[in-house]
Write a protein that binds this ligand. Structure first.
Ligand code: AMP
Length: 305
């Protein structure tokens, strides 16, 4: 665990996942939005995790968090079962069907932030019930920059709460189908404009293997994804992207212009590593030097004279 002062707080789901792709199936692997986001962010900045696990949570998974250097003061353990999720990917892995979601200990989780987290300058509300996102935001003193993610489930069953949280953050990140579902608009610049009207200064739309786009009222920035020859498991790509993005922002402290563009590069690069293996397996092996090397190759790929 890191001894440094936590600069970025991440709240999100901590899950035990069962994932099936056209090529393989893995049962009971470590997952959850907070797991991917913290593992990615901790490559760049001291990161604290807020979440809950049950008494069935394998010690090896907690050790994996520790090995990433994630601060676990905000990780609660409760009697009962850990959150579980299972999903199956389509033949070309661009679509996914959720087979089951068991909230378990997340059903009545009420995060209580350690005092050292409340003064952190950066907060990432990863995908989780928007009511919990509100609750965490309420406990922060005055974060300099707050980003949030969500998913179709919350858009469908908690839209009002979700819209309220969106109104309180600096940056909203969603994937393209979520952007369309939230706004009813097909074209992403139009959807982004509607999302900006809800309050955030920035909207970051992830498009999977087709890259990502960052919108503000003033500017648009678009990046292709890092071209990969092999994807083993797309789960958590969006969370790893967001974690790398906000981790890099927290590390540089530059939350506008080039700082945001650089954060997009780092998020894309970390996400490209995350999908090379199931669960957090590739991130576990990942070194900052590998991130730097791929980021340099990526900048060359997207260079425009
Ligand atoms: P992503 O591929 O970025 O959508 O993230 C996948 C992760 O989200 C998996 O590891 C799941 O454990 C987690 N997840 C699935 N459903 C939910 C949910 N309703 N709330 C929070 N996290 C979820």
């Amino acid at each position: 665990m890191t001894d440094e002062v936590v600069k970025l707080v991440v709240v999100g789901s901590i899950g035990i996942d069962t994932i099936e792709t056209p090529f393989a199936k893995r049962e009971d692997v470590l997952g959850g939005s907070a797991s991917y986001a913290c593992a990615a962010a901790a490559l760049f900045t001291p990161t604290g995790m807020v979440g809950v696990v049950g008494d069935d949570f394998p010690p090896a998974y907690e050790k994996a968090y520790d090995d990433f250097g994630i601060d676990l003061t905000g990780l609660q353990k409760q009697a009962g079962k850990t959150f579980r999720w299972s999903g199956v990917y389509s033949q070309n892995m661009d679509e996914r069907e959720t087979l089951s979601t068991e909230l378990n200990v997340f059903a009545d989780f009420s995060p209580d932030l350690p005092s050292a987290y409340r003064t952190a300058p950066f907060l990432f509300l990863a995908n989780i019930d928007p009511v919990l996102q509100h609750h965490v935001l309420d406990q922060m003193d005055a974060p300099a920059f707050v980003a949030m993610d969500t998913m179709d489930l919350w858009i469908n069953i908690r839209k009002e709460d979700l819209i309220q949280v969106i109104g309180r953050v600096d940056l909203l990140t969603v994937n393209e189908s979520e952007a369309r579902l939230l706004t009813g608009e097909h074209f992403l610049p139009v959807a982004a404009e509607k999302l900006l009207e809800l309050g955030p200064k920035y909207v970051l739309i992830k498009k999977g293997e087709h890259g990502s786009m960052l919108f503000s009222h003033e500017t648009t920035f678009a990046l292709p994804a890092f071209p990969l020859g092999r994807v083993e498991d797309p789960t958590g790509a969006g969370d790893a992207f967001a974690g790398g993005f906000i981790g890099a922002l927290a590390a540089s402290g530059e939350v506008s212009g080039d700082g945001l563009r650089n954060a997009m590069v780092q998020g894309s690069v970390v996400a490209s590593f995350a999908v090379e293996a199931f669960s957090l397996d590739r991130l576990t092996q990942l070194t900052p030097a590998e991130v730097r090397e791929r980021a340099a190759a990526y900048r060359e790929i997207v260079r425009i004279p």
